[in-house]
Design a protein. Structure first.
Length: 330
């Protein structure tokens, strides 16, 4: 019998977060319990453990991610020099200036994540340079990226205990977009770790189709894409559940890269594409019934924790809140 789905929320610990939560009148534990959630998916974007433990709440951990990493892995100095004008700039982004140091940082990040004793880790599979974020003129194919990503993971996979599940997440940039079943199959055939699966980010998948106009459109598109995976759809063990209907922006923003653009400007642009809004349409329950995920992470954007709480409540209501998806048929 399939185990009960765990509902979680995303959480990134930063200075001031504890005080920010307390403004709701609750501790983090009370915030999670009050929503009826089973815990959190903790972001660990660092190489050393947090000074306080989240082990009692962290069901999963999201590992660090570099949107642009292929040039570092391949030691492509021409590409690196195009985007990083100094060794200091290179080190600021990767934490090092050479590939072996970067791989060591990934190992250290995994070790820091494992301190939280998570059931699963999340690993992004995509590649996008600072320029491609704006131009959408991608140099690499999905197959190129997943081949290299599998090689990187295999270099560090021995850090992950066999009882810890590794879930690879889709994005809308080249890589594991999930829109090509052959690419998905090829990627997992290359992975040298038995306990693996997919963390399907619903918003990221919706971002691959700028023609979507409504939540129902998005839900039907996600279902169609998942069904096209055939047996490999069973690899989907978790959902980052959120809605993104940014097609109008994607079809109209100027495809121009300003080399002087800052990280903040890039993030503002990405957020306009990747909206992370809550689903409000109860048709989202069709996704839960069909996919039967072990984990549903309500990964939503928010201004403050009161706003976050409201957004989670909205999406939980759309999900049926007490909906049991474990005994439903396909």
């Amino acid at each position: 019998m399939r185990r009960k789905t765990k509902h979680l929320c995303n959480y990134c610990f930063m200075p001031g977060q504890e005080k920010a939560i307390l403004k709701t009148g609750k501790t983090l534990e009370q915030f999670v319990a009050g929503l009826g959630l089973d815990g959190i998916e903790l972001l660990v974007y660092r190489n050393v453990p947090y000074f306080e433990s989240f082990e009692h709440l962290a069901v999963g951990v999201h590992l660090n991610y570099w949107p642009m990493w292929l040039a570092m892995y391949r030691n492509d100095k021409e590409v690196l020099s195009r985007f990083f004008t100094s060794k200091d700039a290179l080190k600021d982004y990767y934490g090092t200036t050479y590939c072996m140091g970067w791989l060591r940082n990934i190992r250290d990040n995994i070790k820091a994540a494992l301190v939280e004793n998570p059931e699963y880790l999340v690993w992004h599979v995509a590649e996008c340079t600072f320029e491609e974020v704006f131009t959408f003129k991608f140099e690499h194919s999905d197959m190129d990226v997943v081949t290299a990503a599998a090689a990187v993971f295999n270099r560090v996979a021995d850090e992950v205990p066999e009882n810890v599940l590794v879930l690879f997440e889709n994005l809308w940039w080249p890589g594991l977009r999930l829109t090509e079943p052959a690419v998905v199959r090829a990627f997992f055939e290359k992975i040298k770790h038995k306990n693996v699966g997919i963390m399907l980010d619903t918003g990221h998948l919706m971002n691959t189709n700028p023609e979507l106009q409504t939540e129902e459109d998005g839900i039907e598109y996600i279902l169609k894409t998942v069904k096209a995976l055939g047996e490999d759809r069973k690899l989907i063990r978790g959902l980052h559940l959120n809605c993104s209907l940014s097609g109008d922006y994607v079809k109209t923003f100027e495809r121009v890269f300003d080399s002087e653009s800052s990280n903040i400007e890039r993030m503002k642009h990405v957020i306009k594409i990747d909206q992370h809004r809550p689903f409000t349409d109860k048709a989202v329950q069709k996704l839960l019934r069909f996919i039967k995920p072990d984990y549903v992470v309500h990964e939503l954007a928010y201004r403050d924790f009161s706003d976050f709480e409201k957004n989670i409540e909205v999406q939980l209501t759309a999900c049926g809140r007490k909906l049991s998806i474990d005994d439903e048929g396909d």
